[in-house]
Design a protein around this ligand. Structure first.
Ligand code: D5M
Ligand code: ZN
Ligand code: FE
Length: 500
């Protein structure tokens, strides 16, 4: 963040900053978070001095304190909802967020750099596997191997099937390229081959054919996540509610269903058990497609109830203002929002959604976003690449988004396929890489709900508040409106609430 940007933020918030405090903020590892915290404390009416000094920065940087700890009970006479009794412990990884940091020129060099970074990032993960620790380079294999066993890491640049039913992969690393054959006589590996997509990075164990420069594969390794991993859990009984694809402004937006969800969140609806679930909700993630947008697809005008994008956001903000004030809200954009389509996407700007910026509980982030909620690591991504996964890999379907999400986590990449439906911005760094294993991987976009546990990571798709559109009817896609996954962060367990 530039000096002028920081000062601008303070000016807009009517706060004054002492030059020495400004210097200190600039040196802090998390400039955004510090500034955000100061401004949000001021908005919450906490004691903020007239001039922000270095002294005050110490207060702001203090770790969040837990307040009272109380045992949950099913009684109704409680004075305040349980989640109001605990402070939020929210950290947004601004270093993994593209907002204000898109530097790509979009030229040939940026694409080369981008793919180089993707390769290196995934190779680093693959090298943690025993048999890939000292993998060969393709150049070395071509120059030295004489028909023996080889193991190496490479990006898939072509997939085809021979007349005899062998799968032929063309793969490359920074030193060269080589074909890899998956024999028709190896049905098990042929099954694995069905999951391989273009542009992903895999590990290959095989034998070099004596006849020439071709590898006969014996095993294909995906970067994947460790087989057993204990998920991080919250020490306090707090929940996370996850929604996405609200599509405010669309004629198909189910306002009544959304209002019911808000009513439940406020503790005004549901059985005792459902109310207890609601009153522990401390965090709400909105995974993109807040509004239907304008000009997203041809003929959209005819399916819009609100035709002005700012009005759509304004309406969305009026719904969010009904969320209880002790809940922290993380908002990322999707492909219907007013930001660039190319991923990673920066946060929706203040220009389009001023009301969201004036609400201190709302954290506007880019897509994808890493956040830590009471110690639980969440990776949220709108999920557009699911369209590519579902249309490319056999046996995938819109009704089981969690199965498609499983492919992404195994590939340790949110948008493995380049040149499909997802436009990718070739940033110098690969923001779409799943570099760290999250406890919760959250996607949306496909409008169906799915929850699955994979090796200690919860895979969650968050559904929609839009009923079936004309397009979806033509494609026989059945949305799951009004189904909300709610995660118990202390127990690491998800429940789906249904409001339709
Ligand atoms: O997308 C919701 C789902 O519907 C997602 O799986 C894509 C699909 N969809 C919707 N409209 C289209 C068009 N016009 N072409 C291709 N796929 C589409 P959402 O992002 O909410 O529109
Ligand atoms: Zn959507
Ligand atoms: Fe979408």
């Amino acid at each position: 963040m530039e000096d002028s940007e920081i000062l601008d933020k303070f000016l807009k918030s009517n706060l004054n900053i002492h030059p020495s405090a400004l210097e200190e903020i600039k040196k802090s590892p998390n400039v955004y978070e510090t500034v955000d915290r100061i401004i949000s404390r001021a908005r919450q009416g906490k004691d903020v001095p007239e001039v922000i000094t270095s002294e005050y920065l110490k207060v702001v940087k203090e770790p969040f304190k837990k307040i009272k700890v109380r045992k949950p009970s099913l009684g109704r006479s409680r004075p305040a909802p349980l989640a109001a009794e605990y402070d939020a412990e929210l950290r947004i990884r601004r270093d993994k967020d593209i907002t204000h940091k898109s530097f790509t020129q979009g030229n040939v060099e940026s694409f080369r750099d981008y793919f180089r970074d993707r390769f290196e990032g995934l190779a680093k993960i693959l090298r943690e596997r025993n048999n890939l620790r000292d993998s060969y380079t393709i150049e070395w294999i071509k120059n030295n191997s004489r028909g023996g066993e080889v193991y190496f890491i490479a990006m898939v640049t072509e997939i085809r099937k021979s007349n005899k039913g062998h799968v032929i992969l063309e793969v490359e690393d920074p030193t060269g390229s080589i074909p890899v054959l998956i024999l028709n006589s190896d049905p098990e590996l042929q099954e694995v081959a069905k999951e391989i997509v273009l542009d992903e990075v895999i590990g290959i164990v095989g034998n070099q054919a004596k006849s020439g420069e071709i590898i006969i594969a014996r095993d294909i390794l995906f970067p994947d996540i460790p087989v057993s991993r204990t998920p991080r859990k919250s020490e306090v009984p707090l929940n996370l509610a996850i929604i996405s694809d609200i599509h405010v402004g669309s004629a198909k937006f189910l306002e009544g269903v959304f209002l019911k969800f808000l009513k439940w969140l406020k503790g005004e609806m549901g059985s005792a058990k459902q109310r207890l679930l609601a009153e522990k909700v401390k965090y709400l993630i909105v995974g993109g497609d807040l509004v239907d947008g304008v000009g997203i697809y041809p003929g959209q005008e005819n399916e819009l109830r609100i035709k002005d994008i700012r009005e759509q956001y304004s309406k969305f903000a009026s719904f969010l203002s009904m969320v209880p004030d002790y809940i922290e809200i993380i908002v990322l954009p999707g492909n219907h929002d007013a930001v660039r389509q190319a991923e990673p996407q920066p946060a929706i700007s203040e220009d389009f959604a001023p009301e969201l910026y004036s609400d201190a509980r709302v954290h506007m982030v880019g897509n994808p976003c890493y956040a830590s909620l009471s110690g639980v690591e969440v990776l949220s991504y709108h999920g557009r690449s699911l369209d590519d996964i579902i249309s490319t890999i056999p046996n995938q379907s819109y009704s089981k988004p969690e199965k498609a999400m499983l492919m992404l986590i195994k590939k340790r990449h949110l948008t493995p396929i380049y040149g499909g439906k997802v436009p990718l911005a070739p940033e110098g760094r690969d923001y779409m890489l799943i570099e760290e294993v999250p406890d919760i991987l959250h996607l949306g976009h496909v409008h169906t709900v799915g929850v699955e546990n994979y090796r200690g990571t919860m895979l969650i798709n968050s559904g929609t508040f839009q009923s079936q559109t004309t397009f979806q009817r033509k494609m026989n896609m059945r949305p799951h409106p009004g189904e909300i996954p709610v995660v118990d962060l202390m127990e690491s367990r998800a429940t789906v609430m249904r409001f339709l």
